[in-house]
Write a protein that binds this ligand. Structure first.
Ligand code: ATP
Ligand code: MG
Length: 270
C-alpha cells in the first residue's frame, strides 16, 4: 500500500544548552527513516528524551528539521507555502497530551470545534452547527456538553473535544503525542478505543507517540522504537512484541512484564 507519510533520514539537533560559546549540540533525531501507510497506525515509542515529540513536531512543521525530508502523500512538506501549506495543515492534524493547550479556556468547547470548521471552510455557515453536534457524537460526547467551558469537563471529555476539533478538518493523518498519558487508566482505555474506531470507521492514519509499550501494543499496526534519537527497531506490532530484535526494545519489554511472551493485543473494554 502507498505510504501516506514518509520520513527520510530526518535529523534535528539542538544547542546543548551550555554557555553561549559552547558549540556542542544534542542530536535529538539522528537519521530517522520510517513511514505511515494510509489508514494505519504507527506507534512511536521510546524513553523520555528519545526524540519522539521532536519527530512529531518536525512532521507537523512546528519544528524545522536540520536535515532529511518529510514527504506527505508524495510531496515534500518543507517549503510548502500558500494553498499547498493550508491543505497540508487540513490533512494532518495534531492531538497533544494536554487538551487545555489546544482549547481556548474562554470559549465553550463547541465553539472551539466550530472554529476548526470555520478555519478550514468545511461545510457552510448554515451547516456547521449541525456538524459540531455530529462531531460530538462521533467522539462519544453528549452534544449538550458543547456549551460547557473546558474547565467544566473531565480530562477524558476534554481530550474527546480536542479529538473532535482535530477531526473537523477531515484529516487523513493524526499526529497524537502522548494523547492518553495524562488520563486515568480506565479513561485511557476508552480514548485508545476511540482512536481505533476512528481508524476503522474513517480510515484515519495515526502516528501515535507514547512512552508506554502497553499503549502501542493496543493501538498500533506497526511499531517504531527510538532510543537517543536513533531508530533502533521498526516492524509489525506482533513481530516486535514477540521477537524484539534490539536489546533496547527487550529492556522496554522487560520493564513491562505483562507484555512479554507475545501477549495478544489487549481487548476492548467498552
Ligand atoms: N526546544 C528544545 N531546545 C533544546 N533541546 C530540546 C528542545 N526540544 C527537545 N530538546 C532535546 O531533544 C531531545 C529529545 O526531546 P523530545 O522532547 O523530542 O523527547 P521525547 O521522546 O518526546 O521525551 P518525553 O517522553 O519526555 O516527551 C532531548 O534531549 C531534549 O532535551
Ligand atoms: Mg515528548
Amino acid at each position: 500500500m502507498a505510504d501516506l507519510l514518509r520520513v527520510e533520514n530526518l535529523c534535528k539537533s539542538y544547542p546543548a544548552g551550555g554557555p553561549p560559546w559552547d558549540r556542542r549540540r544534542v542530536m535529538a533525531l539522528d537519521g530517522i527513516s520510517l513511514s505511515v501507510q494510509r489508514g494505519k497506525t504507527l506507534g512511536l515509542v521510546g524513553e523520555s528524551g528519545s526524540g519522539k515529540s521532536t519527530l512529531g513536531r518536525c512532521v507537523l512543521g512546528l519544528t524545522e528539521a536540520s536535515g532529511g525530508q518529510v514527504i506527505f502523500d508524495g510531496t515534500p512538506v518543507q517549503g510548502l507555502t500558500g494553498r499547498a501549506l493550508s491543505d497540508f495543515r487540513r490533512r494532518v492534524q495534531p492531538v497533544f497530551q494536554d487538551p487545555f493547550g489546544s482549547l481556548d479556556p474562554r470559549w465553550p468547547v463547541g465553539r472551539s470545534v466550530r472554529e476548526a470548521l470555520d478555519c478550514f471552510r468545511i461545510g457552510t455557515a448554515a451547516t456547521r452547527d449541525g456538524q459540531v453536534l455530529d462531531l460530538f457524537n462521533r467522539v462519544g460526547l453528549d452534544p449538550a456538553l458543547a456549551c460547557r467551558f473546558p474547565s467544566a469537563l473531565s480530562g477524558g471529555q476534554r481530550q474527546r473535544v480536542a479529538i473532535a476539533a482535530a477531526l473537523a478538518s477531515e484529516p487523513e493523518l493524526i499526529i497524537a503525542d502522548e494523547p492518553v498519558s495524562a488520563l486515568d487508566m480506565s479513561v485511557q482505555a476508552q480514548i485508545l478505543n476511540l482512536f481505533m474506531d476512528l481508524q476503522a470507521d474513517l480510515g484515519v492514519a495515526s502516528l501515535f507517540i507514547t512512552h508506554d509499550l502497553g499503549v502501542v501494543n493496543h493501538v498500533s499496526d506497526d511499531i517504531a522504537v527510538l532510543s537517543r534519537g536513533k531508530l533502533v527497531e521498526l516492524g509489525q506490532t506482533d513481530q516486535v512484541m514477540r521477537h524484539p530484535s534490539h536489546a533496547y526494545t527487550r529492556s522496554l519489554l522487560a520493564a513491562n512484564p505483562t507484555l512479554v511472551k507475545g501477549e495478544p493485543h489487549a481487548h476492548r473494554t467498552d
